[in-house]
Design a protein around this ligand. Structure first.
Ligand code: PLP
Length: 442
Protein backbone atom coordinates (compact mmCIF):
# COMPACT_ATOMS: atom_id res chain seq x y z
CA UNK A 1 0.00 0.00 0.00
CA UNK A 2 1.58 3.26 -1.10
CA UNK A 3 -0.64 5.51 0.95
CA UNK A 4 1.57 8.06 2.71
CA UNK A 5 0.13 7.38 6.14
CA UNK A 6 0.51 3.65 5.77
CA UNK A 7 3.99 2.82 4.63
CA UNK A 8 6.91 1.08 6.22
CA UNK A 9 9.07 4.21 6.26
CA UNK A 10 6.70 5.46 8.92
CA UNK A 11 8.07 2.67 11.09
CA UNK A 12 7.75 3.44 14.76
CA UNK A 13 11.55 3.49 15.00
CA UNK A 14 11.95 6.25 12.43
CA UNK A 15 9.07 8.19 13.97
CA UNK A 16 10.68 7.97 17.38
CA UNK A 17 14.13 8.94 16.08
CA UNK A 18 12.65 11.89 14.20
CA UNK A 19 10.85 13.05 17.34
CA UNK A 20 14.10 12.85 19.31
CA UNK A 21 15.98 14.72 16.58
CA UNK A 22 13.43 17.52 16.66
CA UNK A 23 14.10 18.15 20.35
CA UNK A 24 17.34 20.02 19.63
CA UNK A 25 17.64 20.28 15.83
CA UNK A 26 15.30 22.68 13.95
CA UNK A 27 12.84 20.45 12.10
CA UNK A 28 14.98 17.45 13.08
CA UNK A 29 17.36 17.94 10.14
CA UNK A 30 20.53 19.82 9.23
CA UNK A 31 19.40 20.54 5.65
CA UNK A 32 15.70 21.14 4.87
CA UNK A 33 15.07 18.64 2.04
CA UNK A 34 15.94 15.76 4.38
CA UNK A 35 12.75 16.40 6.37
CA UNK A 36 10.54 14.86 3.60
CA UNK A 37 8.39 18.02 3.47
CA UNK A 38 8.00 17.57 -0.28
CA UNK A 39 6.66 14.01 -0.11
CA UNK A 40 5.16 13.71 3.38
CA UNK A 41 5.90 10.95 5.87
CA UNK A 42 8.88 10.39 8.12
CA UNK A 43 12.55 10.51 7.05
CA UNK A 44 14.53 7.29 7.20
CA UNK A 45 17.46 7.39 9.63
CA UNK A 46 20.53 5.84 8.01
CA UNK A 47 23.10 3.99 10.07
CA UNK A 48 25.58 2.91 7.40
CA UNK A 49 26.05 2.46 3.65
CA UNK A 50 28.16 0.37 1.30
CA UNK A 51 28.27 0.19 -2.49
CA UNK A 52 24.86 0.92 -4.01
CA UNK A 53 22.99 0.51 -0.73
CA UNK A 54 22.18 2.40 2.44
CA UNK A 55 20.87 0.68 5.58
CA UNK A 56 18.49 2.19 8.11
CA UNK A 57 18.81 1.75 11.86
CA UNK A 58 16.77 -1.45 11.67
CA UNK A 59 19.08 -2.88 9.02
CA UNK A 60 16.63 -2.48 6.11
CA UNK A 61 18.58 -2.01 2.85
CA UNK A 62 17.75 0.63 0.24
CA UNK A 63 19.15 0.85 -3.28
CA UNK A 64 20.32 4.46 -3.19
CA UNK A 65 19.75 6.96 -6.02
CA UNK A 66 20.64 10.03 -3.95
CA UNK A 67 24.31 9.23 -3.35
CA UNK A 68 24.57 11.89 -0.64
CA UNK A 69 23.20 14.33 -3.26
CA UNK A 70 25.90 13.53 -5.78
CA UNK A 71 29.34 12.80 -4.31
CA UNK A 72 28.99 8.99 -4.13
CA UNK A 73 29.75 8.25 -7.77
CA UNK A 74 31.87 5.26 -6.68
CA UNK A 75 29.16 4.00 -4.36
CA UNK A 76 29.31 4.25 -0.58
CA UNK A 77 32.39 3.40 1.47
CA UNK A 78 34.49 2.50 -1.57
CA UNK A 79 37.57 0.65 -0.22
CA UNK A 80 40.04 2.82 -2.18
CA UNK A 81 38.52 6.03 -0.75
CA UNK A 82 38.19 4.69 2.77
CA UNK A 83 41.81 3.58 2.76
CA UNK A 84 42.92 7.04 1.61
CA UNK A 85 40.87 8.72 4.34
CA UNK A 86 42.16 6.35 7.04
CA UNK A 87 45.74 7.00 5.98
CA UNK A 88 45.08 10.73 5.95
CA UNK A 89 43.54 10.60 9.43
CA UNK A 90 46.61 8.80 10.75
CA UNK A 91 48.70 11.76 9.56
CA UNK A 92 46.57 14.42 11.26
CA UNK A 93 43.26 16.07 10.47
CA UNK A 94 44.12 19.67 9.59
CA UNK A 95 47.22 21.85 9.61
CA UNK A 96 46.16 25.28 8.38
CA UNK A 97 49.33 25.24 6.27
CA UNK A 98 50.02 24.19 2.68
CA UNK A 99 50.13 20.48 1.77
CA UNK A 100 51.22 18.75 -1.43
CA UNK A 101 47.77 17.10 -1.57
CA UNK A 102 46.18 20.45 -2.40
CA UNK A 103 48.68 20.90 -5.25
CA UNK A 104 47.87 17.42 -6.59
CA UNK A 105 44.09 18.06 -6.62
CA UNK A 106 44.57 21.49 -8.23
CA UNK A 107 46.89 20.01 -10.89
CA UNK A 108 44.41 17.21 -11.58
CA UNK A 109 41.41 19.52 -12.05
CA UNK A 110 43.38 21.97 -14.23
CA UNK A 111 44.57 19.05 -16.36
CA UNK A 112 41.04 17.66 -16.85
CA UNK A 113 39.20 20.99 -17.27
CA UNK A 114 41.10 23.25 -19.71
CA UNK A 115 39.12 26.40 -18.78
CA UNK A 116 40.53 26.17 -15.24
CA UNK A 117 44.03 27.68 -15.00
CA UNK A 118 44.05 28.46 -11.28
CA UNK A 119 41.80 26.98 -8.60
CA UNK A 120 41.05 27.70 -4.94
CA UNK A 121 39.57 25.12 -2.52
CA UNK A 122 36.71 25.83 -0.11
CA UNK A 123 34.74 23.68 2.35
CA UNK A 124 31.37 23.67 0.54
CA UNK A 125 29.71 24.40 -2.78
CA UNK A 126 28.00 27.40 -1.21
CA UNK A 127 31.36 28.98 -0.36
CA UNK A 128 32.61 28.25 -3.88
CA UNK A 129 29.72 30.04 -5.63
CA UNK A 130 29.64 32.88 -3.10
CA UNK A 131 33.38 33.45 -3.58
CA UNK A 132 33.15 33.19 -7.37
CA UNK A 133 30.47 35.89 -7.36
CA UNK A 134 32.56 38.19 -5.16
CA UNK A 135 35.53 37.60 -7.44
CA UNK A 136 33.48 38.42 -10.55
CA UNK A 137 32.28 41.62 -8.90
CA UNK A 138 35.79 42.55 -7.81
CA UNK A 139 37.22 41.82 -11.25
CA UNK A 140 34.61 43.77 -13.21
CA UNK A 141 33.89 46.51 -10.66
CA UNK A 142 30.17 45.90 -11.30
CA UNK A 143 27.40 44.89 -8.86
CA UNK A 144 24.64 43.14 -10.80
CA UNK A 145 24.54 39.38 -11.19
CA UNK A 146 22.27 37.24 -13.33
CA UNK A 147 20.92 33.83 -12.36
CA UNK A 148 18.19 31.59 -13.71
CA UNK A 149 14.84 30.70 -12.23
CA UNK A 150 14.97 27.27 -10.58
CA UNK A 151 18.78 27.09 -10.46
CA UNK A 152 20.26 26.58 -6.99
CA UNK A 153 23.76 27.72 -6.14
CA UNK A 154 23.87 27.23 -2.38
CA UNK A 155 22.49 29.43 0.34
CA UNK A 156 24.45 32.71 0.22
CA UNK A 157 22.32 35.88 0.27
CA UNK A 158 22.73 37.03 -3.34
CA UNK A 159 21.90 33.59 -4.69
CA UNK A 160 18.77 32.77 -2.69
CA UNK A 161 16.58 34.53 -5.18
CA UNK A 162 14.15 32.31 -7.07
CA UNK A 163 16.36 29.33 -6.25
CA UNK A 164 15.58 25.66 -6.76
CA UNK A 165 16.05 22.50 -4.66
CA UNK A 166 14.85 22.56 -1.02
CA UNK A 167 13.71 26.16 -1.56
CA UNK A 168 10.97 24.90 -3.85
CA UNK A 169 9.51 22.47 -1.32
CA UNK A 170 9.36 25.26 1.23
CA UNK A 171 7.34 27.16 -1.34
CA UNK A 172 9.14 30.48 -1.03
CA UNK A 173 10.83 31.94 -4.08
CA UNK A 174 13.42 33.62 -1.89
CA UNK A 175 14.41 33.30 1.75
CA UNK A 176 13.42 35.58 4.56
CA UNK A 177 16.44 37.33 6.01
CA UNK A 178 17.90 38.31 2.64
CA UNK A 179 17.99 42.12 2.61
CA UNK A 180 16.12 43.65 -0.32
CA UNK A 181 19.24 45.75 -0.86
CA UNK A 182 21.17 42.57 -1.69
CA UNK A 183 18.43 40.88 -3.69
CA UNK A 184 18.02 43.96 -5.90
CA UNK A 185 21.42 43.26 -7.46
CA UNK A 186 20.33 39.76 -8.52
CA UNK A 187 18.47 39.60 -11.83
CA UNK A 188 16.61 36.33 -12.34
CA UNK A 189 15.60 35.22 -15.81
CA UNK A 190 14.05 32.15 -17.42
CA UNK A 191 16.28 29.10 -17.84
CA UNK A 192 16.92 27.69 -21.29
CA UNK A 193 15.56 30.82 -23.00
CA UNK A 194 18.12 32.49 -25.34
CA UNK A 195 15.86 35.49 -25.95
CA UNK A 196 15.64 36.20 -22.21
CA UNK A 197 19.45 36.40 -22.10
CA UNK A 198 19.56 38.82 -25.04
CA UNK A 199 16.83 41.00 -23.52
CA UNK A 200 18.60 41.04 -20.16
CA UNK A 201 21.93 42.13 -21.66
CA UNK A 202 20.19 44.69 -23.89
CA UNK A 203 18.76 46.29 -20.76
CA UNK A 204 21.53 45.89 -18.17
CA UNK A 205 24.55 44.85 -20.28
CA UNK A 206 27.31 47.05 -18.93
CA UNK A 207 26.23 46.73 -15.29
CA UNK A 208 26.38 42.93 -15.21
CA UNK A 209 29.36 41.49 -13.31
CA UNK A 210 28.53 37.87 -14.05
CA UNK A 211 26.02 35.26 -15.06
CA UNK A 212 25.93 32.10 -12.94
CA UNK A 213 24.27 29.02 -14.38
CA UNK A 214 23.85 25.31 -13.72
CA UNK A 215 24.99 24.17 -17.19
CA UNK A 216 22.63 21.21 -16.78
CA UNK A 217 19.97 22.01 -14.19
CA UNK A 218 19.73 19.49 -11.37
CA UNK A 219 17.88 21.46 -8.71
CA UNK A 220 14.53 21.79 -10.49
CA UNK A 221 14.43 18.10 -11.31
CA UNK A 222 16.79 17.75 -14.29
CA UNK A 223 16.82 19.82 -17.47
CA UNK A 224 19.40 19.53 -20.24
CA UNK A 225 19.20 22.94 -21.94
CA UNK A 226 19.70 23.59 -25.64
CA UNK A 227 23.05 24.30 -27.28
CA UNK A 228 21.61 27.63 -28.41
CA UNK A 229 21.04 28.62 -24.78
CA UNK A 230 24.71 28.08 -23.94
CA UNK A 231 26.02 29.63 -27.16
CA UNK A 232 23.93 32.74 -26.52
CA UNK A 233 25.10 32.94 -22.93
CA UNK A 234 28.75 32.72 -23.94
CA UNK A 235 28.37 35.27 -26.74
CA UNK A 236 26.48 37.85 -24.64
CA UNK A 237 28.88 37.59 -21.69
CA UNK A 238 31.87 38.05 -24.01
CA UNK A 239 30.26 40.97 -25.84
CA UNK A 240 29.51 42.82 -22.57
CA UNK A 241 32.58 41.92 -20.53
CA UNK A 242 30.57 39.89 -18.01
CA UNK A 243 32.09 36.85 -16.30
CA UNK A 244 30.40 33.55 -17.21
CA UNK A 245 30.32 31.22 -14.20
CA UNK A 246 29.43 27.57 -14.73
CA UNK A 247 28.24 26.15 -11.43
CA UNK A 248 29.39 22.55 -11.81
CA UNK A 249 29.08 21.68 -8.12
CA UNK A 250 26.63 18.97 -9.18
CA UNK A 251 27.56 18.28 -12.81
CA UNK A 252 31.34 18.41 -12.31
CA UNK A 253 32.80 14.91 -12.93
CA UNK A 254 29.20 13.62 -12.76
CA UNK A 255 28.05 13.98 -16.38
CA UNK A 256 31.48 13.13 -17.78
CA UNK A 257 35.19 13.42 -16.99
CA UNK A 258 35.38 16.87 -18.61
CA UNK A 259 32.08 17.87 -17.00
CA UNK A 260 29.14 19.77 -18.53
CA UNK A 261 31.32 22.43 -20.17
CA UNK A 262 32.78 19.81 -22.50
CA UNK A 263 29.31 18.40 -23.21
CA UNK A 264 28.37 21.79 -24.69
CA UNK A 265 31.84 22.79 -25.91
CA UNK A 266 31.71 26.03 -23.88
CA UNK A 267 34.66 27.69 -22.13
CA UNK A 268 33.33 29.47 -19.04
CA UNK A 269 35.42 32.15 -17.33
CA UNK A 270 34.98 30.60 -13.89
CA UNK A 271 33.75 27.19 -12.74
CA UNK A 272 32.62 26.05 -9.30
CA UNK A 273 32.97 22.48 -8.06
CA UNK A 274 32.03 20.50 -4.95
CA UNK A 275 30.48 17.12 -4.15
CA UNK A 276 32.47 14.53 -6.21
CA UNK A 277 35.87 16.21 -5.84
CA UNK A 278 35.76 15.49 -2.09
CA UNK A 279 34.32 11.96 -2.43
CA UNK A 280 31.83 12.66 0.39
CA UNK A 281 33.95 14.86 2.63
CA UNK A 282 33.06 18.57 2.93
CA UNK A 283 34.58 20.36 -0.07
CA UNK A 284 34.14 22.97 -2.75
CA UNK A 285 36.37 24.77 -5.25
CA UNK A 286 36.28 27.62 -7.73
CA UNK A 287 38.67 28.22 -10.56
CA UNK A 288 39.07 29.56 -14.06
CA UNK A 289 40.94 32.14 -16.11
CA UNK A 290 44.29 33.11 -14.64
CA UNK A 291 43.68 36.84 -15.12
CA UNK A 292 40.47 36.68 -13.06
CA UNK A 293 41.73 34.25 -10.42
CA UNK A 294 44.78 36.42 -9.78
CA UNK A 295 42.41 39.01 -8.30
CA UNK A 296 41.93 36.96 -5.12
CA UNK A 297 44.02 37.36 -1.97
CA UNK A 298 46.95 37.08 -1.45
CA UNK A 299 47.61 38.07 -5.10
CA UNK A 300 44.78 40.58 -5.42
CA UNK A 301 42.27 42.62 -3.50
CA UNK A 302 39.29 40.22 -3.40
CA UNK A 303 39.30 38.56 0.02
CA UNK A 304 38.56 34.86 0.36
CA UNK A 305 39.72 32.38 3.02
CA UNK A 306 38.85 29.30 5.11
CA UNK A 307 40.17 27.57 8.26
CA UNK A 308 39.54 24.12 6.78
CA UNK A 309 39.93 24.98 3.07
CA UNK A 310 41.95 22.30 1.27
CA UNK A 311 41.49 19.99 4.26
CA UNK A 312 43.91 17.04 3.97
CA UNK A 313 41.20 14.37 4.44
CA UNK A 314 39.06 15.88 1.70
CA UNK A 315 42.07 16.34 -0.61
CA UNK A 316 43.35 12.79 -0.16
CA UNK A 317 39.82 11.42 -0.65
CA UNK A 318 39.60 13.53 -3.82
CA UNK A 319 42.93 12.24 -5.14
CA UNK A 320 41.74 8.66 -4.59
CA UNK A 321 38.48 9.54 -6.36
CA UNK A 322 40.31 10.86 -9.43
CA UNK A 323 42.41 7.65 -9.58
CA UNK A 324 39.22 5.74 -10.37
CA UNK A 325 37.26 8.32 -12.38
CA UNK A 326 40.05 8.54 -14.92
CA UNK A 327 39.96 4.78 -15.58
CA UNK A 328 39.19 3.93 -19.21
CA UNK A 329 35.46 3.60 -19.88
CA UNK A 330 34.31 4.68 -16.41
CA UNK A 331 31.71 7.17 -17.67
CA UNK A 332 30.54 4.97 -20.55
CA UNK A 333 29.66 2.23 -18.08
CA UNK A 334 27.92 4.72 -15.79
CA UNK A 335 25.87 6.20 -18.57
CA UNK A 336 24.88 2.74 -19.92
CA UNK A 337 23.30 2.01 -16.54
CA UNK A 338 21.37 5.27 -16.61
CA UNK A 339 20.17 4.63 -20.16
CA UNK A 340 19.00 1.11 -19.25
CA UNK A 341 17.19 2.34 -16.16
CA UNK A 342 15.48 5.39 -17.66
CA UNK A 343 14.48 3.68 -20.94
CA UNK A 344 12.87 0.84 -19.01
CA UNK A 345 11.19 3.14 -16.49
CA UNK A 346 9.58 5.05 -19.35
CA UNK A 347 8.44 1.81 -20.98
CA UNK A 348 6.95 0.46 -17.74
CA UNK A 349 5.08 3.72 -17.15
CA UNK A 350 3.81 3.67 -20.70
CA UNK A 351 2.60 0.07 -20.28
CA UNK A 352 0.71 1.18 -17.17
CA UNK A 353 -0.75 4.22 -18.97
CA UNK A 354 1.06 6.74 -16.79
CA UNK A 355 2.46 10.03 -18.17
CA UNK A 356 6.13 9.83 -17.24
CA UNK A 357 9.28 11.21 -18.83
CA UNK A 358 12.97 11.06 -18.01
CA UNK A 359 16.03 13.18 -18.75
CA UNK A 360 19.63 12.05 -18.41
CA UNK A 361 23.28 12.87 -18.94
CA UNK A 362 26.21 10.72 -17.80
CA UNK A 363 25.59 9.54 -14.25
CA UNK A 364 22.54 11.70 -13.47
CA UNK A 365 18.89 11.59 -14.49
CA UNK A 366 15.51 13.23 -13.90
CA UNK A 367 11.98 11.82 -13.61
CA UNK A 368 8.81 13.78 -14.40
CA UNK A 369 5.18 12.83 -13.90
CA UNK A 370 3.75 14.62 -16.89
CA UNK A 371 0.21 15.15 -17.99
CA UNK A 372 -1.08 15.80 -21.51
CA UNK A 373 0.92 19.03 -21.75
CA UNK A 374 4.25 17.22 -22.05
CA UNK A 375 3.32 14.14 -24.04
CA UNK A 376 5.66 15.00 -26.87
CA UNK A 377 8.29 17.12 -25.21
CA UNK A 378 10.17 17.57 -21.97
CA UNK A 379 9.78 20.39 -19.45
CA UNK A 380 12.14 23.14 -20.61
CA UNK A 381 12.21 25.54 -17.65
CA UNK A 382 11.15 26.01 -14.05
CA UNK A 383 7.58 27.02 -14.89
CA UNK A 384 7.08 23.85 -16.91
CA UNK A 385 8.65 21.67 -14.21
CA UNK A 386 6.05 23.12 -11.83
CA UNK A 387 3.29 21.95 -14.17
CA UNK A 388 4.33 18.34 -13.54
CA UNK A 389 2.49 16.31 -10.92
CA UNK A 390 4.32 16.51 -7.58
CA UNK A 391 1.49 14.55 -5.89
CA UNK A 392 2.05 11.61 -8.21
CA UNK A 393 5.77 11.83 -7.55
CA UNK A 394 5.10 11.63 -3.79
CA UNK A 395 3.05 8.44 -4.25
CA UNK A 396 5.76 6.97 -6.48
CA UNK A 397 8.45 7.96 -3.99
CA UNK A 398 6.74 6.21 -1.06
CA UNK A 399 5.89 3.13 -3.12
CA UNK A 400 9.56 2.82 -4.08
CA UNK A 401 10.78 3.50 -0.54
CA UNK A 402 8.52 0.72 0.80
CA UNK A 403 10.14 -1.61 -1.71
CA UNK A 404 13.68 -0.64 -0.70
CA UNK A 405 14.49 1.99 -3.33
CA UNK A 406 15.69 5.34 -1.99
CA UNK A 407 14.93 8.27 -4.31
CA UNK A 408 15.37 11.96 -3.52
CA UNK A 409 12.42 13.00 -1.32
CA UNK A 410 11.38 15.78 -3.71
CA UNK A 411 10.05 16.14 -7.25
CA UNK A 412 12.59 18.94 -7.79
CA UNK A 413 15.81 16.94 -7.49
CA UNK A 414 17.94 15.01 -9.95
CA UNK A 415 18.81 11.36 -9.28
CA UNK A 416 22.33 9.91 -9.22
CA UNK A 417 23.76 6.50 -9.99
CA UNK A 418 27.10 4.98 -8.98
CA UNK A 419 29.59 2.59 -10.55
CA UNK A 420 28.54 0.09 -7.85
CA UNK A 421 24.92 -0.19 -9.00
CA UNK A 422 24.70 -3.74 -10.35
CA UNK A 423 22.42 -5.17 -13.02
CA UNK A 424 20.56 -6.84 -10.15
CA UNK A 425 20.06 -3.45 -8.45
CA UNK A 426 18.73 -1.93 -11.67
CA UNK A 427 16.35 -4.85 -12.27
CA UNK A 428 15.12 -4.78 -8.66
CA UNK A 429 14.46 -1.04 -9.11
CA UNK A 430 12.51 -1.69 -12.30
CA UNK A 431 10.48 -4.48 -10.66
CA UNK A 432 9.58 -2.11 -7.81
CA UNK A 433 8.63 0.62 -10.30
CA UNK A 434 6.45 -1.83 -12.24
CA UNK A 435 4.49 -2.65 -9.08
CA UNK A 436 4.15 0.99 -8.05
CA UNK A 437 3.09 2.17 -11.53
CA UNK A 438 0.47 -0.57 -11.66
CA UNK A 439 -0.92 0.48 -8.27
CA UNK A 440 -0.93 4.11 -9.35
CA UNK A 441 -2.85 3.24 -12.52
CA UNK A 442 -5.70 1.67 -10.55
N1 PLP B 1 25.57 24.61 -6.58
C1 PLP B 1 24.85 23.56 -7.01
C2 PLP B 1 24.58 23.39 -8.47
C3 PLP B 1 24.37 22.63 -6.08
O1 PLP B 1 23.66 21.58 -6.51
C4 PLP B 1 24.65 22.82 -4.71
C5 PLP B 1 24.16 21.87 -3.70
O2 PLP B 1 23.37 21.00 -3.95
C6 PLP B 1 25.42 23.92 -4.32
C7 PLP B 1 25.86 24.80 -5.29
C8 PLP B 1 25.74 24.18 -2.88
O3 PLP B 1 26.67 23.25 -2.43
P1 PLP B 1 26.79 22.91 -0.87
O4 PLP B 1 25.51 22.22 -0.49
O5 PLP B 1 27.99 22.03 -0.78
O6 PLP B 1 26.97 24.19 -0.15
Amino acid sequence: NSNNSNNSNNSTTNQLLFKQAKAHIPGGVNSPVRAFAGVGGTPVFISRARGSKMYDTEGKPYIDYVGSWGPMILGHAHPHIIEAVKNAADDGLSFGAPTTFETTVADKICELIPSVELIRMTSSGTEATMSAIRLARGYTGRDKIVKFEGCYHGHSDSLLVKAGSGMLDIGEPSSKGVPADFAKHTITIRYNDPQAIKDCFAQFGNDIACVIVEPIAGNMNMIVPTQEFHDTLRAECTAHGAVLIFDEVMTGFRVGLQSAQAHFGITPDLTTFGKIIGAGLPVGAFGGKREIMECIAPLGGVYQAGTLSGNPLAMRAGIAMFDLLTAEGFYDALSEKVVYLTDNLEQLAKDAGIGFKTTRCGGMFGMFFTDGAFDNQLPQNFEEVCQCDAQKFAIFFHGMLDRGVYLAPSAFEAAFISSEHSQEDLDATLQAAKEVFSEMAK
